[in-house]
Every structure is written in C-alpha cells, then in structure tokens.
Design a protein around this ligand. Structure first.
Ligand code: GLY
Length: 424
C-alpha cells in the first residue's frame, strides 16, 4: 500500500514515522516533508494546497491513501478534489465539515444546537456593537476569539472593558488576523484544567486514540505570548478513567451524534480542545486534524497500527478496532528559534543530533538541508520526544538529552512535564 502524508512540520514527521511502521505499507511519501521525514519516506516538493499537482502525483504513483496533516488543505477541500479526480482515499473530512475548525462561530452554534457543553457566547459582525456589549458587561474576564483560522493565535482574554475594546480594535478594525478576525465570538471565561482528546471517526463511531496536554505559551510558568505549542505530554495526568468516560459520554458521543443528525459528513481525526471545570468537561474548540505538538506524544504511545485504524474508518469498521496504548508516558519539548513566535532568524546550523541517545525521538519541524548541512528554517525547529515510566523521570532525562543539541539562539521551555499546572 502507498500512503502520502501532506505537510512539513513536526506533526507530519510523527505521522509519517508512525505510518512507516505499519506492516501494511510498502511506500510512504511526505509532501513536501522535511529532513526528518526523509529518514523513512520519500519527500516530494509540492505545495500542500496545489491540488492540481497533488492530483497528478497521486494518480501517477497510484497512491492508495492520502493523510493531510494541517487544516489548510482540509479546509480548502483536498478530500473533495482528490477523491473526485482519482481513486485515492483521503483520510480527512470534506470541505463542508471543515467549519468545525474554520469558523469558531459556526462550531459554537453547532454545539449549542446539539447540547454539547461549552461556554456561553455572543457573536458580533460589527465593531460598534461588540464595543457596546463589552462596555455594558458586568462580569470579567471574558474571552474574545477570531471567527476564522488564525494559526492557534486568535484567542485573547480581556480582564477589563478597556482591554476588551483594545483587543476588539486589533481584531475587527486593524484586522490582526485578516478576514478571520472580521467577525468575533465573545464567550465566558471558564476556570479549570485544559486537556485535549483525539479520536478517529467515520461519522458513526469514534475511537479514542490518545489524550494530551499542550503548553501554548512561549515561556515557563505559562507566561508570554501564545505559540503553536512549546511542548506536550501524554496521557493527561489528572484524567481518571471516570473522567475519560464522562468526556466520552457528554462530549465525544454527542458530537458524533450531532454530525449524524445534521447530516454533516465526517471522516478523519477530531481534536477536542477541552477544559475540565467544576461542572465537568466543556468544549473550548474543535479541530479537524491532529494537534502539533500533541501528535508527537500521542502517536508514539499508540501501539495499534494507525493504517489499520484509517482503513477501518474507510470501511466503517471502527467498532472492530481495539486500541492499544504503550503504558509509558510521553513528553515532547519543542526547541525553538529565539524570538519565536514574534520574529526570529533562520539558517542557523544545527549541531549535536548524533549525540542524542537512541531511545530519544527527534522529530523535525522547521529544519532544512543546505549544502549538506542541517539548518533552522522556522520558529519551531525540533521536537524532542521521550517515553518512560513517569513524568518526573522522563522530564529529568529529556532535558539532559536536549543539552546535547545546539543552534544559535535556541530556546525552549524548561517546565514541560512539570505537574504543577495540574494541581488546581
Ligand atoms: N497545539 C495546538 C494545535 O495544534 O492547534
């Protein structure tokens, strides 16, 4: 079987790696991939949303399955386009279901219609009406979200009306996130502990393939600007079997039921961004893909064959799959370029990877090969992943391994895997 993974980040390196371990796979392509994926796949330099070129490639190579990593090709209709033109199966939802991630407003309206627990909210098209609302509102903090895609950065918390007005100005007048922030969602701030759950669904059944916590802020102690994610851990430390089954019964099953009831076709990964509050789990957001860097910890813990799961989803056979996990915990620390997420330099020589112990996985996120040397090519550069008995021992070892890796202005959070944030 031939499989092509679309994307070039750390998440895609983890997906390509996992797929390459499947006994069902004869050839893996990474499009465009990165120096990490070239260790176990053939990289093909095409753009992730150039559907004409992708279509030609999958037909020419007789690719059986395409697995898109990022939301962009999914929300632009990669499934609709490739499946219409070729016999290739695309493991992703069709464009009409992409609203779950691509429009925060439509996703909230879907949750409301289907009684899925989430924060109360209001939506606004115009700056003036949004300003009147935040000025009159009695309870703070509140959360302001750009309606459209904003690379995970379109969420702000306002502590006061003045702060809310200034965020609204940035979003709706200055268009900080372009068209994506022309409309906004204003919702109640929820207190609790955040966690993420990942499932595979065929629109009928859903199977839990992992849970994780990510570290979105740039600096230790959850300080600094929001990033795409500076690290992740799996499983979620505070989540008991009871909390898992409550999450399944009150959030995951009603979401799949809601999709079915509303005849919204869905097949692929669903990433539930959740918060455990004093009233149980509530949905913060849906994403139509795996998380980055959450995939880097959930896939190494998944003992089951991902390709078998993908095929079971295609055949509507997910109930036959018994998902097996590695009992060990996993930690991922993102090595980033100094200045990320604001501005940073590229092209810094990466040294020391050959000194890292063989049980440490180093996924590539923003790297490139230039004149035979590996150099930095993005904000998030490498993802160092280690599995072990418990979080304290893995954390202690992973930071010793990271000291072996060098590039100019390298920075990372030194508290990934610390359990302080789960102490309430
Ligand atoms: N780590 C957050 C995301 O993938 O959206």
């Amino acid at each position: 079987m031939k499989i092509a993974v679309i994307g070039k980040g750390g998440r895609e390196d983890a997906i390509v790696h996992k797929i390459s371990l499947s006994r069902m796979v004869e050839k893996v392509f990474a499009i465009p991939g990165n120096p990490g994926t070239s260790r176990y796949a053939t990289n093909i330099p095409l753009k992730v949303d150039d559907f004409v070129a992708l279509n030609k490639f999958v037909q020419q190579e007789d690719v059986d399955i395409v697995v898109p990593g990022p939301e962009l090709p999914i929300s632009r209709g990669i499934k609709d386009c490739l499946e219409r033109e070729s016999k290739t199966f695309v493991f992703a939802p069709p464009v009409e279901s992409a609203f779950l991630e691509a429009s925060k407003i439509q996703a909230k309206e879907f949750m409301k219609r289907n009684c899925i627990p989430t924060a109360d909210f209001m939506t606004f098209d115009g700056f003036d009406s949004a300003v009147s609302y935040v000025k009159e509102r009695k309870t703070y903090p509140l959360v302001i979200k750009a309606d459209g895609l904003a690379e995970g950065k379109g969420v702000s918390i306002a502590q006061t009306p003045a702060e809310a007005v200034s965020i609204l100005y940035e979003y709706m007048v200055e268009l900080k996130f372009g068209e994506s922030s022309k409309r906004v969602l204003i919702e109640d701030f929820l207190s609790g502990i955040e966690y993420s759950v990942f499932v595979v669904t065929d629109g009928e059944e859903a199977i839990w393939i992992g849970d994780a916590s990510d570290y979105k802020r740039a600096y230790d102690g959850d300080k600094g600007p929001n990033t795409g994610g500076m690290g992740s851990i799996s499983p979620v430390p505070f989540l008991t079997p009871d909390m898992r089954s409550i999450t399944l019964d009150t959030v995951i099953k009603p979401t799949i039921e809601g999709l079915k009831r509303e005849r919204i076709p869905y097949l692929g990964f669903v990433y539930f961004g959740l918060i455990w509050t004093s009233k149980g789990p509530k949905v913060l957001e849906y994403n139509i893909r795996l998380g980055d860097p959450e995939a880097q910890v959930i896939l190494p813990r998944l003992k089951s064959d991902l390709v078998e799961i993908i095929i079971a989803a295609r055949e509507h056979n997910l109930s036959t799959i018994k998902v097996e996990f590695d009992e060990r915990v996993a930690v991922c620390v993102v090595l980033a370029s100094g200045g990320y997420p604001v501005s940073y330099e590229k092209g810094k020589l990466i040294r020391g990877l050959e000194n890292v112990s063989s049980d440490v996985i180093v996924y590539h996120a923003g790297t490139i090969e230039r004149d035979g040397q590996l150099v930095t090519d993005g904000g998030r550069v490498l993802n160092v992943v280690l599995l072990g008995k418990d979080f304290p021992s893995v954390t202690e070892r992973i930071y010793r391994e990271i000291e072996k890796i060098h590039f100019d202005n390298l920075f990372y959070r030194s508290d990934i895997g610390s359990l302080d944030r789960f102490k309430g």
